[in-house]
Write a protein that binds this ligand. Structure first.
Ligand SMILES: *[C@@H]1O[C@H](CO)[C@@H](O)[C@H](O)[C@H]1NC(C)=O
Length: 167
């Protein structure tokens, strides 16, 4: 019975270790690979279908094409400069927000025809969950009020002490 419990615990621990934990403010590389070296007019589009406009980042032979980029990703995305030569089309997303949690699509087009499409899931967590913040506020209040009580204890107890000493 005990052994079983230990094994179950170990399984639980290893499952937790394998999951990628991302928090607000972190950066993350969204992976995408495709051999674009033989394409004539390649375009790589990272997008989120739940947003309008959906474009997160766009790369063409001339370079980044960000005029259709969704405002909330402004200045937070980058791809390697030689991405279209090496086929490493991964997107570096910085300063993660809770609202970045979504499914991202990496789409490769040539002359407008879609050649490939792959999805990456991203889950961003709060660095300090609200219950932890509430607990911290409560602790500070407790310490402060305790300190005040201790500091002004003479005011609260003086009457009582007089009574005790001079009955
Ligand atoms: C992602 O971009 C940020 C900001 O430009 C940079 O500091 C960071 O090193 C990049 N990450 C990787 C793995 O290239």
């Amino acid at each position: 019975m005990k052994t079983l419990l230990v094994i179950l615990l170990l399984i639980n621990v290893s499952q937790h270790a394998s999951a990628v934990e991302l928090y607000e403010g972190d950066s993350f590389i969204l992976p995408c690979q495709f051999d674009t070296s033989r394409l004539f007019d390649p375009t790589v589009v990272w997008s989120r279908s739940d947003l309008s406009p959906p474009t997160v980042h766009q790369r063409q032979l001339q370079g980044d094409e960000l005029k259709d980029q969704n405002q909330r990703y402004s200045g937070r995305t980058s791809m390697k400069t030689d991405a279209l030569e090496t086929g490493d089309l991964s997107l570096n997303l910085t300063n993660l927000q809770l609202s970045d949690s979504a499914t991202y699509t990496c789409s490769i087009r040539d002359f407008g025809d879609e050649l490939s499409r792959s999805d990456v899931q991203l889950q961003v967590k709060e660095r300090f969950p609200s219950w932890a913040r509430a607990l911290l506020v409560l602790l500070v209040l407790l310490v402060v009020s305790g300190g005040l009580l201790f500091y002004f204890r003479h005011y609260f107890m003086s009457g009582e002490c007089l009574l005790l000493h001079y009955p």
